[in-house]
Design a protein around this ligand. Structure first.
Ligand code: GTP
Ligand code: MG
Length: 657
């Protein structure tokens, strides 16, 4: 028996390229978090951010910390998905940890991840939960629904035994299997499930989560193993939500089988619906190349045969041949277990690991950086503009006071009068601004109305009612179209509304800048585009799923209805995110002006107060000037800090050594 300590101590296999690069990524992310924390503390101590902005920073840091990177493995059954996971991620255990056997093995989607708040365990969701319309992501928040088995990390043997749960099946009556949407009498697709005694063999579990303290999983990696996807039981949620949300999908083929008709169905329906073929993060593993390793043929002839098959695969799937990697998961696993470097190299596994990290890590990095710049870039710029405005004001005051040297009371009185007039004009602008604000609030409310989840729910309900007569796949098509047309239409309206809000705010900023010298700020833009394209993608995925063989034979009320519910749920989520973003934006767009208006008022009062003191006693003049000089120095230092911060955030990504 190998103890957990020994597993930890055993030198990690240096060939795991993925692990090394993920480490570089994590280091970069941690540095980014440190910069943000530094900024947060600094902004707070200088009173430079509104409560809204503070919260936004806090949320950003939090989400960077919990950033996850998901790789999903998708294929027809028995192509070697689970074996690839064993070979890439679990070879250190020197045995096959996840069950990988001939025929249909994995029975439910299995997520491997690590959450340090929970003890290592296997969590299982019973298959019977399919009868409800509750989605798996909703069940994830309901811990009571899951069966939890603790993991004994000290024993690879016991671990492997526990993981056998993911392949468990049980016999039920035909009626029960049909009710669960897993079986259709007479259909070829489900014929293999029928036992000789007339019962139907179905999976015991609907979904599995393995909470496992593997170093890669601890770094935020999530691996999603799926059962052969050309099965009737495939959950729409997998296609509509889990797979699109993965950063990478690894599609697996077997060299001995070639690209079969059902492989192509899985590819079209689950990996590359519609126009997504060229999107990054879609890789193909041509597995089991050891089937071509012929002892009697020479190496170059074998290499040529593998290259030919790789090319052929790329052509059939219509992707670049760089996206297809020939491997032997089994030999790779064996090579790692026996520390046979020649075998590992020959298995092609290191090249796949490198490709996986090449594909997803830089893309993830760029995405995170964009997110940081989007969320706080303008906040940092605003901070910087505010410091500049303060600096200009202090410099002006110094000039004003210096000009008083050698002057008399009248000169001070003149200045006070001028300043009072200036302040009156400013107060009037502020009053006008308050009026504009209420107009703005009105516009913002209209924007929220367009994007409200209630409006969407009404639309979904109407669609549901119009479909209630036709819970069939053709009926579904019409329902889907109505729903999406409706949502896209409201999004269009919301887009126009957001532009209107932005022009209004722009006018306010310009006025304060040109008439009162407040910092020049470009109001934040709000783009609905990312949400629109997410919806578009969802529609295309739903369309592909609707056309998939399992839906076509399922002319069944219950399954169609459930599909629709999942679809509505996902669309609602996207709309919810969009309206959340609109809310944050509407506050963020106003925050700089609100704090500046307040600040400018204080500054004017300060100037008057300074003059009053000088008026009282002319000897005060030198002290006042010295005080102002000190605050100018302080502001100049702040300016340096903020420039530094901006430079760090915009820093290019680290080049991999
Ligand atoms: N010769 C050879 N056999 C392999 C290789 N990879 C996997 N296999 C075998 O192929 C069979 C299926 O592998 P699995 O990993 O269970 O395949 P899967 O894609 O997870 O299949 P499902 O779980 O049923 O969807 C097992 O018997 C594996 O040992 C390989 O590279 N070469
Ligand atoms: Mg499997």
């Amino acid at each position: 028996m190998i103890s957990a300590q020994k597993i930890k101590e055993r030198p990690r296999l240096a060939i795991n390229e993925f692990s090394r690069r993920l480490g570089v990524y994590k280091h970069w992310r941690d540095e980014l978090i440190d910069i943000l924390i530094e900024y947060q503390t600094w902004v707070e101590s200088h009173g430079l951010a509104s409560g809204e902005e503070d919260l936004q920073l806090y949320e950003l840091i939090d989400s960077l910390r919990s950033d996850k990177l998901t790789i999903a493995l998708v294929a027809e059954f028995s192509r070697g998905k689970t074996e690839i996971i064993n070979a890439i991620f679990f070879a250190d255990y020197r045995q096959r940890l996840l069950p990988s056997e001939a025929g249909r093995t994995t029975m439910c989607p299995t997520e491997l991840r690590y959450d340090s708040n929970e003890a290592p365990c296997l969590k299982l969701l019973p298959i019977e939960t399919r009868k409800t319309t509750t989605t798996i992501s909703e069940y994830k928040r309901m811990s009571a629904a899951w069966t939890v088995i603790p993991l004994d990390l000290d024993s690879p043997k016991k671990l492997a035994e526990t993981f056998q749960q993911t392949i468990k099946t049980k016999p039920v009556s035909e009626h029960d299997a049909e009710e669960l949407g897993l079986y259709r009498p007479g259909a070829e697709l489900t014929a293999h499930l029928l036992n000789s005694d007339g019962t139907v063999e179905i999976p015991v579990w609907r979904h599995a989560i393995i909470n496992f303290p593997h170093p890669l999983l601890k770094q935020g990696l999530v691996i999603l193993d799926t059962p052969g996807l050309n099965a009737l039981g495939t959950e729409p949620e997998l296609t509509l939500s889990m797979l699109p949300n993965a950063q990478a999908v690894l599609f697996v083929l077997a060299a001995d089988a070639g690209v079969t008709k059902t492989d192509l169905q899985v590819w079209n329906n689950h990996v590359c619906p519609a126009k997504m073929n060229k999107s990054p993060g879609r890789l193909v593993a041509l597995n089991k190349i050891d089937a071509l390793w012929d002892e009697l043929a020479n190496h170059s002839a074998i290499a040529a045969a593998i290259a030919r098959q790789t090319q052929e695969t790329a052509r059939t799937l219509n992707i670049s041949k760089n996206q297809v990697l020939a491997i032997s998961a089994q030999k790779g696993l064996l090579g790692k277990i026996k520390t046979d470097h020649a075998l590992i190299e020959r298995s092609g596994l290191p090249a796949l690991e490198a490709k996986l990290s090449d594909e997803i890590i830089p893309a993830r990095q760029e995405l995170l950086r964009e997110r940081v710049i989007h969320d706080i870039g303008s906040m940092v710029e605003t901070t910087s503009a505010m410091i500049e405005a303060r600096l200009a004001a202090v410099t002006q005051q110094i000039k004003e006071l210096q000009a008083l040297e050698g002057e008399n009371d009248d000169a001070i009185q003149d200045l006070v009068t001028r300043l009072r007039e200036e302040k009156q004009a400013y107060d009037q602008t502020v009053v006008n601004f308050q009026n504009t604000r209420s107009v703005l609030s009105q516009h913002v409310r209209t924007l929220f109305d367009y994007l409200s989840v209630e409006v969407f729910d009404d639309l979904a309900e109407k669609t549901r009612q119009s479909m209630s007569e036709s819970w069939t796949t053709p009926g579904l098509r019409k329902g889907m179209q109505d729903l999406f047309d409706g949502v896209l239409e409201t999004m269009e309206k919301a887009n126009k509304q957001a532009q209107q809000v932005r022009s209004l705010v722009q006018a306010v900023y310009s006025k304060f800048h040109s008439e009162h010298g407040l910092a020049k700020i470009k109001p934040l833009n709000f783009s609905l585009l990312p949400y629109r394209s997410q919806l578009q993608k969802l529609y295309e995925e739903a369309e592909a799923f609707r056309n998939s063989p399992m839906m076509i034979i399922m002319e069944q009320h219950f399954v169609v209805q459930k599909f629709f519910v999942t679809l509505v749920g996902r669309a609602r989520e996207i709309l919810g995110e969009c309206s959340g973003a609109a809310r944050t934006w509407s506050k963020a767009i106003m925050a700089p002006i609100l704090s500046q208006v307040r600040e400018h008022k204080i500054l004017m009062e300060q100037r008057l107060e300074n003059l009053r003191k000088v008026h009282e006693n002319f000897d005060n003049l030198g002290d006042r000037i010295a005080e102002l000089e000190a605050s100018r120095q302080n502001l100049e230092n702040q300016q340096l800090v903020i420039r530094n911060m901006l430079r760090k955030i915009n820093q290019p990504l680290p080049v991999d050594p």
